[in-house]
Design a binder for this molecule. Structure first.
Ligand code: ZN
Length: 159
């Protein structure tokens, strides 16, 4: 037994950004294996320039933002291909955004409505100034040539 045992001291320190409350800087980095599970066909579709929604196998309710099960009746859904053309149902101009989008502000988010589809699809609108965007304006989907397997692989432009 050693009653004088002690951990070695180091000369490493940290920058104190604030005292009350204490704010310090820590580097944080992680590689994360993320499964898209049942959403995989949607992202695989974007890589093939297809926009996939879903349709209820029981009541026929259709979803532009796909769901594995129907929100109306609970039955499973099947994948359906959505048209590439739709209309702006509503929109907003974002003057602030998450870190990934901050350098692109201001940008326009739209809710796209499609013929014969019961729900809307959230996406970016490119190629129109905020004051040019109107409810009901026709838009068409465009896809990144090099898919990143993210929802932003699809965006819309004025038709
Ligand atoms: Zn249903």
């Amino acid at each position: 037994m050693n009653k004088n045992a002690k951990l070695p001291e180091t000369e490493e320190g940290t920058i104190l950004f604030n005292v009350d409350p204490i704010i310090v800087k820590h580097h944080y980095e992680i590689d994360y294996l993320h499964s898209y599970a049942q959403d995989s066909p949607f992202f695989a579709g974007l890589a093939r320039k297809k926009l996939l929604g879903s349709r209820c196998t029981a009541c026929g309710f259709t979803y532009a933002t796909p769901r594995g099960h129907c929100m109306e009746c609970g039955a499973p859904t099947d994948w359906i291909e959505l048209p590439h053309r739709g209309r702006v149902h509503t929109f907003t101009t974002c003057y602030f955004g998450g870190e990934a989008f901050l350098k692109e502000t201001p940008f326009t988010l739209i809710m796209v409505e499609f013929n014969l589809v019961n729900t809307l699809f959230l996406s970016r609108l490119i190629g129109a100034e905020p004051e040019e965007v109107t409810i009901g304006m026709e838009v068409k989907a465009r896809f990144l040539r090099n898919a990143k397997f993210k929802p932003t692989d699809v965006y819309f432009v004025p038709l």
